[in-house]
Design a protein around this ligand. Structure first.
Ligand SMILES: *[C@@H]1O[C@H](CO)[C@@H](O)[C@H](O)[C@H]1NC(C)=O
Ligand SMILES: *[C@@H]1O[C@H](CO)[C@@H](O)[C@H](O)[C@H]1NC(C)=O
Ligand SMILES: *[C@@H]1O[C@H](CO)[C@@H](O)[C@H](O)[C@H]1NC(C)=O
Ligand SMILES: *[C@@H]1O[C@H](CO)[C@@H](O)[C@H](O)[C@H]1NC(C)=O
Ligand SMILES: *[C@@H]1O[C@H](CO)[C@@H](O)[C@H](O)[C@H]1NC(C)=O
Ligand SMILES: *[C@@H]1O[C@H](CO)[C@@H](O)[C@H](O)[C@H]1NC(C)=O
Ligand SMILES: *[C@@H]1O[C@H](CO)[C@@H](O)[C@H](O)[C@H]1NC(C)=O
Ligand SMILES: *[C@@H]1O[C@H](CO)[C@@H](O)[C@H](O)[C@H]1NC(C)=O
Ligand SMILES: *[C@@H]1O[C@H](CO)[C@@H](O)[C@H](O)[C@H]1NC(C)=O
Ligand SMILES: [Zn+2]
Length: 716
C-alpha cells in the first residue's frame, strides 16, 4: 500500500518548472512530526549562509522586473548579469544564437448570439495604478508564443483540459469537432499540446486545408485551480488582496514541447553561423490560439449551457470548473470569430555565462536559470531565480576571497528564450555537448525560485541524497522560522523527490545523459495566488504578497549555494548512482501495473535482469569509492569520480524515443501527451498505452540495453 502510494506521489510531484502544479499531501492522520535541529555547518557553509542578503536580492529582483525582457528583446540585462558575475571573480561572456521567434501584432475575438447580439471580450489585463509595471507602454499584450497567424470562425466546443482522451470522449458523446472552435481549460498537459490535439482532431475530415484553419483553441485559467484563496471564499482580488485578479491571463508558448524543445528550425544542432533551417511545422501549430482571462471566458462558456452533454455527465477529471456555467460540451449555437496575427523573426538570444575554473579541469557543475519573461515583471517566473543566482555568484566570490579554491569548474548560465521552448539552453547544450559530455557532473536548475513558501525538488536519482542533506542546513524563515527547510518540505511532500519531465532548462541536459535537479518554492492551497505568466507576476505582487522581505528567496539561495558548494568541493563528488537502482525498482513495479491495467502480455524480464545487473555494478562502484577513501589513493579517487560523472550517459545510448529523437533518456521523459509531467520507462509505457505491444517489447530491449551501458561504466 505504502509503496504504491509512494509511486503515485513520485510521479505527480514532478516539478513543472515554468508551470508547477504542486500536489500537497493531506496531513490528516499523520502523526505530528517533531522538528529536527539544523545540521552542523562547516566554516565555508556558515560563510555561505551568512552571506546571502535579502536586501540585495530585493535589489536584483527590482532591476530585472522593471524593463521588458521578452526573449530576444533585452541584451542589456544579459550584459548586466555577466557584469555582476565578473565583479565576483567569474570569467564571463555572452553566448549568442540566432533563432526563430514570433511576436504579437494584433488579435480579435467576438461571440455572436443567435439573436444577433455580440459579446466582445477585452482580451487584455487591467492596468493597476498600484502596480506600476502593469501600465508600462511597452508591456506585452496577451498572446501565445509560436502561435499561428490566421482568422477563423465557428461554433464552440468545450474540450476540458484538451488531452487526447478528452477529444476521444467528445467523439464518443457524438460531439462534432471538425470545423469547430475549441475552448480548453489550462492545467494538465502543456498548453501547446492542447492546440496540437485540437488541430489533429480537426483533420479527421476530408477538406484538410480548410479544416486546418478552423479548429482553434482559446484557453483560460479557471478559479477552480486556485485552492482556497478565491473571491467566492471572501478574499479580495489582487491588488486589494491575495485572490486572482479576474482579468489575469496566462501567456505562454504553444510549441509542441514533447516532440523537441529549442529553436524549431534547428532540431539537434545549434543556431550559430548560418544554420540550415528545417521545417518548423513539426513543432509549431497550424491553427491560431489565444489565451483569455476567466472574466472573459465566463460568457463564452455560458453560451454552451444547454448544448450537448452537461459537464457533470462527461465523466472526465477536471472537466467542470468553478465559473457559473455547466461546462457543457456544445457545440454552441453562438459563433466565435477570432483572429491572431504574429510577426516572424530570426533574432539573437543572449545567454550570459560565468565560468570559474576548478583544479580538476575535467569535472564541471553547471548552474542555470532563465532570464527572459513574458512580461515586464516576471518577479516569480523567472527572476526570483535570477535574483538568487546573481546573489549566489556574489557569495562564491566571497568564498574565493576567503581562500577557498573550487575543485570542479563552476559554470553559471543565465538563459534567454526559455519561455518560447527552452531555446537558449537547448542551443547552448547543442553547441557545447562535446565538452559537457566529457566534463559535466550535474546540472542545477532554478526557474521559479519563489512563488510561495513551499519548497520542492525534482531530480535524477543520484542527486537525491545530497539534495536532501542540504535541506537540513537551512532554516526556513518565511513560515514560523523555527523549522528547517527539511521539516517544511517533509510535511508538504512526505519526503518525495519528484521525477523530471520537462518544462524548464534541465531538459536538454537530462536527455544528453547529464543528471539534473530542478528546485523552487511554490504557492500552497492557502497562499496568495501567483499570477503565472501574467502582468501581475510583478515586483509589487512579490514584495507585498509572494515573498514580503524576500526571505524565501534568501533561503532558496542558501540551499542552492550549499548544494553547489558540496558538489564542487568534496573530494568525492557526492552522487549516489546506487539510488538509480532503488528508484528503477519502484518504476519497474509501476510499469508492471501499467501493463496489467492494459491487459497486455509484454515480457519485461530483460529489463528486470538489467536493473539487477546495474544494481550489482553500482554496489561495486560504491565499494571502490570506500576503498579509495580509505587508502587516500588520488588516482583511484579520479577513477571513482569519473564513473560517477559518466555513468548516466549510458541511459541515452539507444537513440531517441519513438517519433521524438530529441528525447533520449530511457528511464524518464515528458509524456508525449503531457509535455510537462514525466513518464517512466517512456519507450515501453507509451507503447503499452497506445496498444502497440510489439513496439513495447522492442523498447524493453532498448531500455534494458541503456541500463546495461550505464551499469558497465560503473562496474569495476
Ligand atoms: C532592459 O531591462 C532593463 C532593466 O530591467 C531596463 O532598464 C531596460 O529599459 C530594458 N531594455 C529594453 C530595451 O527594454
Ligand atoms: C492585424 O495584422 C494583420 C497583419 O499585419 C493585418 O493584415 C490586419 O489588418 C491587422 N488587423 C487589425 C485589426 O489591425
Ligand atoms: C441575445 O442573447 C443573449 C444570450 O442569450 C442575451 O444575453 C441577450 O440579452 C440577447 N439580446 C437581445 C437583444 O435579446
Ligand atoms: C481550505 O481551508 C479550510 C478552512 O480553513 C481547510 O480546512 C482546508 O484544508 C483548506 N483546503 C486546503 C486544500 O488546504
Ligand atoms: C449564474 O448564471 C445564471 C444564468 O446564467 C444566473 O441566473 C445566476 O444568478 C448566476 N449565479 C451566480 C451566483 O452568479
Ligand atoms: C579555464 O580552463 C579553460 C579550459 O581548461 C582554459 O581554456 C581557460 O584558459 C581557463 N581560464 C582561466 C581563467 O584560467
Ligand atoms: C515554532 O514557532 C511557532 C510560531 O512562533 C510556535 O508556535 C511553536 O511553538 C514553535 N515550535 C517550536 C518547537 O519551537
Ligand atoms: C491501474 O489501475 C488501477 C485501478 O484503476 C489504478 O488505481 C492504478 O493507478 C493503475 N496503475 C497504473 C500504473 O496506471
Ligand atoms: C507499432 O509501432 C511500430 C513502430 O512505430 C509501427 O511500425 C507499427 O505499425 C505499430 N503497430 C501498431 C499495431 O500500431
Ligand atoms: Zn520559467
Amino acid at each position: 500500500m505504502k509503496k504504491s502510494l509512494l509511486l503515485a506521489a513520485l510521479l505527480t510531484t514532478g516539478l513543472d518548472a515554468c508551470q508547477r502544479k504542486r500536489h500537497f499531501h493531506n496531513q490528516d492522520g499523520h502523526a505530528k512530526r517533531s522538528l529536527t535541529p539544523r545540521a552542523p555547518l562547516s566554516a565555508d557553509e556558515s560563510l555561505i549562509i551568512d552571506s546571502f542578503d535579502a536586501n540585495s536580492i530585493d535589489e536584483w529582483s527590482y532591476y530585472y522586473t522593471h524593463g521588458l525582457h521578452l526573449a530576444g528583446k533585452n541584451r542589456s540585462q544579459a550584459q548586466w548579469t555577466a557584469d555582476r558575475w565578473s565583479e565576483a571573480g567569474f570569467n564571463t561572456r555572452l553566448d549568442t544564437y540566432n533563432v526563430f521567434l514570433d511576436y504579437p501584432i494584433n488579435k480579435s475575438m467576438s461571440l455572436t448570439y443567435p439573436n444577433g447580439s455580440v459579446y466582445q471580450p477585452s482580451l487584455e489585463e487591467d492596468v493597476l495604478p498600484e502596480d506600476p509595471t502593469t501600465e508600462y507602454p511597452n508591456r506585452t499584450p496577451t498572446f501565445h508564443g509560436y502561435s499561428f497567424s490566421g482568422a477563423a470562425s465557428g461554433q464552440l466546443v468545450y474540450v476540458g483540459l484538451g488531452q487526447q482522451a478528452d477529444f476521444e470522449r467528445l467523439l464518443d458523446l457524438g460531439v462534432p469537432l471538425e470545423g469547430k472552435i475549441a475552448i480548453a481549460r489550462y492545467g494538465g498537459p502543456f498548453r501547446g499540446l492542447k492546440v496540437k490535439n485540437s488541430e489533429a482532431y480537426g483533420m479527421l475530415g476530408t477538406i484538410i486545408l480548410i479544416v486546418s484553419y478552423i479548429i482553434h483553441s482559446s484557453q483560460f485559467t479557471d478559479p477552480a485551480d486556485d485552492g482556497n484563496i478565491t473571491v467566492a471564499n471572501g478574499y479580495a482580488a489582487y491588488p486589494d488582496g491575495p485572490a486572482r485578479n479576474p482579468t489575469s491571463v496566462q501567456r505562454g508558448s504553444v510549441q509542441f514541447l514533447s516532440t523537441y524543445p529549442g529553436d524549431p528550425t534547428t532540431p539537434g544542432y545549434p543556431s550559430i553561423g548560418n544554420p540550415v533551417r528545417s521545417d518548423k511545422s513539426v513543432v509549431v501549430p497550424g491553427i491560431p490560439s489565444i489565451p483569455i482571462s476567466y472574466q472573459d471566458a465566463q460568457p463564452i462558456l455560458q453560451a454552451l449551457d444547454g448544448f450537448g452533454t452537461p459537464g457533470i455527465d462527461v465523466g472526465r477529471d477536471d472537466w467542470v470548473g468553478a465559473l457559473n456555467a455547466t461546462y457543457s460540451t456544445g457545440p454552441s449555437e453562438a459563433v466565435i470569430d477570432m483572429s491572431n496575427y504574429m510577426e516572424d523573426h530570426y533574432t539573437d538570444l543572449w545567454n550570459a555565462i560565468g565560468v570559474m575554473n576548478g583544479t580538476n579541469s575535467d569535472e564541471t557543475i553547471v548552474i542555470g536559470n532563465h532570464r527572459d519573461a513574458w512580461i515586464i515583471g516576471g518577479a516569480a517566473d523567472p527572476n526570483s531565480g535570477t535574483a538568487i543566482i546573481v546573489e549566489l555568484g556574489k557569495v562564491f566570490g566571497k568564498l574565493l576571497q576567503s581562500g577557498w579554491q573550487p575543485k570542479r569548474n563552476i559554470v553559471l548560465c543565465s538563459w534567454d528564450g526559455e519561455e518560447y521552448g527552452l531555446v537558449g539552453s537547448t542551443e547552448w547544450v547543442e553547441e557545447y555537448i562535446p565538452w559537457l559530455s566529457d566534463t559535466a557532473m550535474s546540472y542545477l536548475n532554478i526557474d521559479v525560485g519563489t512563488s510561495g513558501p513551499h519548497p520542492s525538488i525534482s531530480a535524477t536519482p543520484e542527486l537525491h541524497q545530497v539534495a536532501i542533506e542540504q535541506m537540513h542546513k537551512v532554516m526556513w524563515e518565511s513560515l514560523e522560522g523555527n523549522k528547517t527547510m527539511y521539516d517544511v518540505w517533509l510535511e508538504d511532500t512526505d519526503g518525495v523527490v519528484g521525477v523530471l519531465g520537462s518544462g524548464s532548462d534541465y531538459t536538454s541536459f537530462v536527455h544528453k545523459g547529464i543528471g539534473a535537479i530542478d528546485m523552487g518554492s511554490d504557492q500552497g492551497p492557502n497562499d496568495p495566488i501567483y499570477h503565472y505568466h501574467s502582468n501581475y507576476d510583478s515586483y509589487h505582487w512579490m514584495a507585498n504578497f509572494g515573498d514580503p522581505g524576500f526571505l524565501t528567496h534568501k533561503n532558496m539561495g542558501q540551499y542552492l549555494a550549499l548544494l553547489a558548494y558540496n558538489l564542487i568541493s568534496e573530494d568525492f563528488v557526492p552522487l549516489r548512482p546506487m539510488n538509480y537502482a532503488t528508484q528503477m525498482d519502484l518504476y519497474y513495479t509501476l510499469l508492471r501495473e501499467t501493463i496489467a491495467n492494459a491487459s497486455a502480455n509484454v515480457d519485461t524480464e530483460e529489463l528486470r535482469d538489467a536493473i539487477n545487473t546495474f544494481s550489482t555494478q553500482a554496489v561495486q562502484a560504491e565499494k571502490l569509492h570506500v576503498q579509495a577513501a580509505m587508502s587516500g589513493d588520488a588516482a583511484l579517487m579520479k577513477v571513482v569520480n569519473g564513473k560517477y560523472r559518466d555513468f548516466s550517459r549510458g541511459f541515452t545510448s539507444q537513440g531517441g524515443l519513438p517519433g521524438r529523437e530529441f528525447y533520449q533518456h530511457v528511464v524518464f521523459a515528458p509524456g508525449i501527451d503531457t509535455g510537462y509531467a514525466p513518464v517512466i520507462f517512456p519507450g515501453i509505457t507509451e507503447a503499452v498505452e497506445a496498444g502497440n505491444f510489439s513496439l513495447a517489447e522492442e523498447w524493453v530491449g532498448k531500455t534494458a540495453r541503456g541500463i546495461l551501458v550505464a551499469g558497465d561504466i560503473l562496474k569495476t
